[in-house]
Write a protein that binds this ligand. Sequence first.
Ligand SMILES: Nc1ncnc2c1ncn2[C@@H]1O[C@H](COP(=O)(O)OP(=O)(O)OP(=O)(O)O)[C@@H](O)[C@H]1O
Ligand SMILES: [Mg+2]
Length: 261
Amino acid sequence: MEEAIKVDSLVTHYGERQILKNISFTVLRGQTTVILGGSGCGKSTLLKHLIGLLQPTSGKILINDNNIAGMREEEMNEVRKKMGVLFQGAALLNSMTLADNVALPLREHTKLEESTIQIMVRMKLDLVGLSGFEHFYPSQLSGGMKKRAGLARAMALDPDFLFFDEPSAGLDPVTAAGLDQLILKLRNVFKVTIVVVTHELPSLFMIADHVIMLDMGEIIFAGTLDELQISEHPRVRMFLERKPEAEEYSPEDYFKFIAGD
Ligand SMILES: Nc1ncnc2c1ncn2[C@@H]1O[C@H](COP(=O)(O)OP(=O)(O)OP(=O)(O)O)[C@@H](O)[C@H]1O
Ligand SMILES: [Mg+2]
């Protein structure tokens, strides 16, 4: 299978702090790759590198064989036209209707006629099950509908790549499962290459073709779902079995703790 994204020896810092420590992996075209890992391990940071929002300290990020690390902004904007992004809050503009939110990338990046834009917006809203809500404002939508609307906007330019940061966070299990179905559909019908950060185990098992698990800025697992399930890495096991972080108290600390000082 063809490589769509290749990350090679990626190192990144926020100030003095090293966040990603020499990470390498590949994302295959047409697959859904899920990035797992505990809070604060660098998942969102990694996603921001993949869409060129952050520049690494060193290493390469090849998107369709083009290294975007250190790429000029104009060139990066061309690459971004092929990318749809859905961040955690859906990031819809509250002053605009749903239709205008979805039309935004089309108005910014294309010179299509207004009538064509209207048709494309309808198609995208239909794709995510929001037909008839064109004139609603984001404040009039539920959390799940906002996520769907964000997805419609991410799909506006028919991207080759979709990047999602915790798409089902904060949704009820049924709504989250609906969103997972939609992600599957985008892969199956539109052959989009998808990278998803998620914490949700049911989503992981529903949508992932390939899994990458980060821990403290390093990759501790990369493989298929089947391989993940038989991985013996203790951090992988803790994550899958939902075990809490072991709290290691010395007896001395413990007695201090119960004595209240
Ligand atoms: N803009 C920033 N400036 C400085 N430090 C940052 C910045 N963004 C994130 N960090 C730090 O980098 C580390 C990784 O953050 P990141 O947001 O990538 O984690 P995450 O894996 O997405 O966590 P979560 O699951 O909670 O969303 C954290 O320790 C965080 O404090
Ligand atoms: Mg995050």
